[in-house]
Structures are given as C-alpha cells and as structure tokens.
Design a protein around this ligand. Structure first.
Ligand code: ADP
Ligand code: MG
Length: 707
C-alpha cells in the first residue's frame, strides 16, 4: 500500500477486490477521498473487554476468548443456517450464534483466540452472544483491532457492504496514506479548538473516545460551513462587479397594472414586489429568492416584474421545471394581463405559441418562434428550463425567473445573453418552507423576499386528524365528494429502511404497518373505491409519464390520485378539494402543510385529512399545530427544532453535505465559520494567497449550482 493519496482510485489498490469495487461504485465511492469521506453515522462502544462471567442480558459487550468448538446446521426454518460456537476465557464460557453466515466455521477454527462484540441475549436456560462481530487476535504481534475491543464506527450501509466491510477497507488506508495537506489555515483550527485534517480523519473513523469522534465530526461540519460561507461571500462580491441592465421603476405604470387585477395584492405581495423592482433599478444583477407558501401568489409578483421589464423594452425568461407548470405560468400571465400586447410566448417540447393579449393566440413552429425571440419581438418567454437554456438566443434578456430551483449561477445566466457585458437579473421562486435561519445560511448569496400571508379570500381548509376508528367514515365522505365531481390527492409515506442499523432485519421492518404507494393504490382502487377511477404517481416514473398523469388529473380523467411526495412541487388543480395524508405522523410538519396547500385553490370548500394510527400525545399535538399555523415558515421553524434541518432539503437538492446541514442548527458554529470566512476574504479578497481554498470553492460551486 505505497503512495496512496486522496486521489488514488480504489481499483488501483491491491487487496481491494472487484466485489468491493462494484458495491462501492453503487455508493459513488471510487477514490480514496470518496471512501474516507464516507463517515460513520454513529459508534458503538466495545472498548471495554468483559470477562465472560460478568456479562448481563441485553448488554452490548466485547469478550476475548478461545474457540472451544464450532458447528453449523440448518435450522428448522429451512432458509436459516445456524453457526454455533463455544467460547471460553479464564472466567467461564458462553455460546455465540450466527445466522446465515456458514463461512464463519472456516474462519473461527477451534483453538483460535478472538474478540467478539455483540449483544448479550438470554435464552430460556443460558446467555449467548447473538450475531457478534468477531476479530481474530494474534497473540504474538500487537495490532490495532478495528471491529472489536474499541469504539467501533457504524457506517451507512447498503446491501452487501457492511460496517465491518467499511472498517476493513478504511483502516489500512488510514495507516498508509500520505499525509494530507491541510488547506485551511492553522490559526483557524486552533481558535476553534478543532483537530487538523489528518487527525480528524483518523478520529472520525477510529476514535479512541467519544470526544475525539465528536470534535472530528465538528471539524468536518465546520469545514463545510466555512466553504459555504466563503462561497456565499464570494458570489456576492462577484455579482457586485457584474453589470446588469438597470430597469427604471415607473410607479404609476405598476399601479395601473395592479389596478387591472381582479383582486387586491396582499401586504406581503406589495412589499416583495417593491423589493424586486428596487433591485431591478440597479446596474448590478439582482440575485433574489422569493419564498412563499403554495398559493401565496408568487407567480403574479413575478409576472409584474416581467411586465415592468417588458415596458422598458427588455426580455424576460420565465423557466419552470415541468411542461405543465410552464403552461400554467403562461396561462396566469395571459389571463391577468390581456391588455399586454407585446407577445408572451410559451416554449416547451410539445408546444410553441404566442399570445398577443385579448385572446389572440397563434401557434408557431418552434424555429419561427425562436426567431421572433432572437429578434427581440417577443418580450416574455415562458418555458421549461431545458428548452430555454439550450435552444434560445435572446435579443436583450434582462430578467430570468426560475421556479423551484433555488440557484441559477451567474455563469449559467451569462450564457443566455449575447451581449457579454451584462448578466440578467435573477428572481428565483420557492414554495419550500425553509426557516429563515436556515435560508440565511444555505442561500446566503441570495437576498430573501418572503410572502408570509395568503390572500384574504381563501376559504380555510377544513383539517382533521383521523384515527383508525374513523377511517371508514372518512372514506365515505371522500367518495361522496368525488361523486359530486371533486378530486382527491392521497399521499403515502415514503419508506426508508433504517440502513444504518447493522442488526437491520428486513422482515421485521416490513412487519411495521407501512403502506407503500403500490399497496395503497391497490387497496384504494380494489377495496375502498372500486367504484371510482384511481391513478398512481411516484418518483420512479419517467418525467413524461408524470406529466401525463398530472395532465389527466387536471383534465378530470380520474378522481383519486395516489402519490408519493413527488406531487409536492406544484401543479395547480383547482378542482381537487381533498388532501388525504396516510401515516401523517411520518412527515415533517412543513411538508404536510405544503401538501395541504395543493387544495383550497378553487371555489369549492376543501378538506385535509391527516390519517394516523398513532394515538400518542406528542403526535396529536404536533399534527394539531398544522391546524393552528399561520404560515409554512412558522411550521418549518418548529420542525427545525423538533427534527433537524435534514427534514427540509437533502444533499441532492442543496449540495450541502448532511453533516453541515445538521451543524446549521448550531448557531455558534455557523457564526464562527462566517467570521473565519470573512477574515480570509478581508485579507486576501481574490484568494491569491489561498489558491487551494479557491479551488475548493470552485468545486463547491459545481455542487451547489448543479452546473
Ligand atoms: P404560488 O405560485 O405562490 O403558489 P400563485 O401565484 O399560483 O401562487 O397564486 C395562487 C392563486 O391565487 C392564483 O390563482 C392567483 O391568481 C391567486 N392570487 C394571487 N394573489 C392573490 C391575491 N392577492 N388575492 C387573491 N387571489 C390571488
Ligand atoms: Mg407557483
């Protein structure tokens, strides 16, 4: 194992066989760095070696002893193979039992000395060790144990790659790797009281005590927060140097536009619109995130911004993640501003058309439509991300609006404009209720505008917590509503097996009364509502399929849509009046709140049913807080305290590693990271003297921008 460094591919290391490589690849682990940054989720303390006669039932313990005898046999259950060993030390002897690991017989031969760590279990007449982890001990050579007799790391696992496997891989690498260069200045670590990189890596995987493990974890969290803050500061500095087209605000014009709307804007809407137009006036690009609950009226605010830009002669690109959403935005714009005759285009893979206001709509071939965009004739272009980013050269694009994708990098924006001297303004919209404290850290490069209230005319959604005894009654009510022509969403909990548990027993887990979508779909369509049309929507479907199902739901082709949380990002179905959430106790409050926002958007009274079989007081009071909440942010804040930030956004969405996400809850650590980051930028604004840090920020940027 010579010359190993962080960039070494695991496949190049002797002793790591192809079987491991294939499994690791599934976890996207290919280099030494990937492997060493696969951190334990927790630890088990096997550091004390007990005497066999000290063991007590239910304890997790390590003993050291000699194998006296070992036998294997098939158990009465045909698919179970048992290996049983008798182990003894100078105090006594104990049985150890393993299930379905016949090869153990060949490793633990009689006479061998080994450590055994595991659970002490009581049978009717004696104690035994159940599925203990074992490690052979060589009496003549001292060597560090990695599975037993110490604090052992437990890793997030997949089928076939156990914590034991990870320890087996990681320990020799840690012992042989070339020293890793620490890229963060020493004085920063010293001030934080945190270990440098080499120590931290050893301690996070093989700590000598829990405190070592804790400070090592803290170090990596701090590091991520530090780069997140550096990234934020850096983006802000960079944007301040870029030029954008300044769009003067014509208050009277905007007031006139607002006066033509069939409703009054809420105070929040007015405030956020003001913040946006004030940003547009500047000759530096806006970078603003507009957050508001589903149905709080973000689209109309974005539309008013687009109109302001159009009145000034410039173009706006309005991008949605799906075709249906693009069409809905297009419809909102054309519906509310029929007097706007400068052309609003819709550009998706299946549609290309322009509306000139007052019901004048023309379908054009895609090339001709794009032509008119390029010539600058059309001012507002609504479409899907992919199409707008790839296919269109704008004439004078001044504003980019993106829906449900928080960031849209400067570089991405710059590619949309021919004129290389300016970068378009960015307005990003999100209905994900992220608590303010969290958004400030996660999206510190963006300015925030919050819509904190719903329009006054909204009928409150009748929200009920339904226990098992009231199930049938509720189903009857739903049926009645659907027969009257309404529609219902049914959300099922997403099943996540506890992969971090080494004793994880799938059969046991499945016994828990959890319903996955397919099951729920079959139950509802065959047993509960055989007389209704039921459809199913889940994350495994292709995007096209999802779109088709949502479109058919919108067209009322069926009455009940059983879905996983994929329907969260949202399509407006005004005729849907029922939101039924199965296993409601398994969701975050903010998430349920967001689901509920999918109904109550039309003229009919809407209902939200929170099904739960849990009668615990905490569940009940948690769910009740949804009924009382004023907005999603409030609930999100509550969720943050109760369940941690992982509940809002995962690494896939933010590019922020889980450790850092958890650490965001620690305001002290965030503050220290911010201070450390700004002190570096202050002394070295372009990071000339910190080239490694600069590189890391670039890497980070790729992750968070998904560029
Ligand atoms: P969001 O994008 O925030 O989920 P939308 O912009 O789609 O919300 O608005 C939801 C619905 O509310 C739309 O039909 C919109 O026309 C309407 N709406 C927006 N603002 C108001 C308001 N101030 N008063 C009444 N209805 C409004
Ligand atoms: Mg919306």
């Amino acid at each position: 194992m010579d010359g190993i460094n962080l960039n070494t591919f695991l496949i190049q290391i002797r002793g790591i066989g192809p079987r491991f490589i294939t499994k690791l690849k599934k976890l996207k682990i290919e280099t030494v760095r990937d492997l060493l940054w696969h951190f334990p989720v927790r630890y088990e303390d096997f550091s004390k070696i007990y005497k066999i006669d000290e063991l007590i039932p239910h304890q997790e313990a390590t003993v050291q002893g000699v194998i006296q005898e070992i036998t294997g046999r098939r158990a009465w259950r045909r698919n179970l193979y048992l290996v049983e060993a008798l182990i003894s030390d100078d105090s006594g002897s104990i049985r150890a039992v393993w299930f379905n690991q016949p090869y153990i017989k060949n490793i633990l031969r009689p006479g061998k000395l080994a450590n055994f760590s595991g659970k002490v279990t009581a049978s009717s007449d004696d104690l035994y060790l159940s599925n203990p982890t074992y490690e052979l001990i060589n009496e003549h050579f001292h060597h560090e144990t990695r599975h037993t007799g110490r604090i052992v790391p437990i890793y997030p696992e997949t089928k076939g790659l156990t914590s034991k496997g990870f320890r087996y891989l990681i320990q020799p690498i840690l012992e042989n790797i070339e020293p890793i260069i620490e890229i963060i200045p020493e004085e920063i670590w010293e001030r934080q009281g945190l270990p440098e990189i080499n120590t931290a890596l050893r301690h996070i995987h093989f700590p000598d005590d829990f405190n070592d493990a804790l400070t090592a974890k803290k170090r990596f969290a701090f590091e991520d927060l530090f780069f997140l803050q550096l990234f934020n500061i850096n983006e802000r500095l960079k944007l301040a140097k870029e030029k954008a087209l300044a769009i003067p605000t014509d208050i009277e014009e905007i007031k006139k536009l607002i006066a033509t709307l069939p409703f009054e804007l809420t105070i929040s809407q007015k405030k956020t619109l003001w913040e946006i137009v004030k940003d547009l006036e500047k000759s530096h690009p806006m970078n603003r995130l507009l957050q508001g609950d589903v149905g709080s009226g973000k689209t109309i605010i974005a539309a008013l911004a687009a109109l302001t830009v159009a009145r000034n002669g410039e173009q706006t690109a309005f991008m949605a993640p799906t075709e249906i959403l693009a069409r809905q935005h297009y419809q909102t714009l054309t519906k509310f501003f029929p007097q706007f005759d400068n052309g609003i285009a819709l550009l998706t893979s299946s549609e290309s058309k322009i509306s000139y206001g007052h019901n004048l709509e023309t379908t054009l071939s895609k090339p001709r439509l794009i032509n008119q965009i390029t010539s600058g004739k059309i001012k507002i272009i609504v479409g899907t991300h992919a199409l707008i980013q790839k296919g269109v050269a704008f004439h004078n694009l001044a504003l980019v609006i993106v829906d449900e994708q928080h960031r849209f990098g400067v570089r991405q924006r710059a590619t949309l404009v021919k004129d290389t001297h300016t970068v378009p303004h960015l307005l990003s919209m999100s209905a994900t209720p992220i608590p303010r404290t969290l958004s400030l850290t996660l999206f510190g490069d963006l300015d925030l505008s919050l819509i904190t209230e719903l329009p006054k005319d909204r009928k409150p959604i009748v929200t009920k917590i339904v226990s098992s005894v009231n199930r049938d009654k509720t189903y009857d009510f739903i049926r009645e509503q659907i027969k009257k022509g309404r529609q219902a969403f049914v959300i099922c909990p997403h099943i996540q097996p506890p992969t971090d548990d080494p004793q994880f027993d799938e059969a046991e887990f499945l016994k828990l009364d959890l319903k996955n979508v397919t099951e729920e779909y079959h139950k509802l369509s065959h047993t509960i509502f055989p007389d209704l049309n039921v459809a199913m929507l889940h994350g495994k479907l292709k995007p096209k399929e999802k779109e088709r199902i949502m479109r058919e739901f919108l067209e009322k082709k069926f009455g009940v849509l059983v879905a996983t949380s994929v329907i969260e990002v949202g399509v407006d179905v005004p005729n849907a009046t029922i939101m039924m959430i199965e296993g409601a106790d398994r969701f975050g409050l903010a998430q349920i709140y967001q689901f509920r926002g999918r109904v109550g958007r039309g003229e009919h009274q809407s209902y939200c049913f929170l099904f739960t079989d849990s009668s615990s007081k905490t569940t009940q009071s948690r769910l009740k807080s949804i009924i009382e909440a004023k907005n999603g942010f409030e609930l999100a804040e509550k969720d943050l305290m109760l369940r941690g930030p992982g509940e809002f956004l995962g690494e896939a969405q933010t590019g922020i590693p889980d450790l850092a996400m958890k650490a965001i809850q620690n305001p002290e650590l965030v503050k220290n990271a911010r201070e450390a980051a700004s002190s570096i930028i202050k002394t070295d604004p372009s990071l000339k003297r910190h080239s490694l840090i600069k590189e890391r920020i670039e890497e980070f940027k790729k992750r968070v921008h998904l560029e």
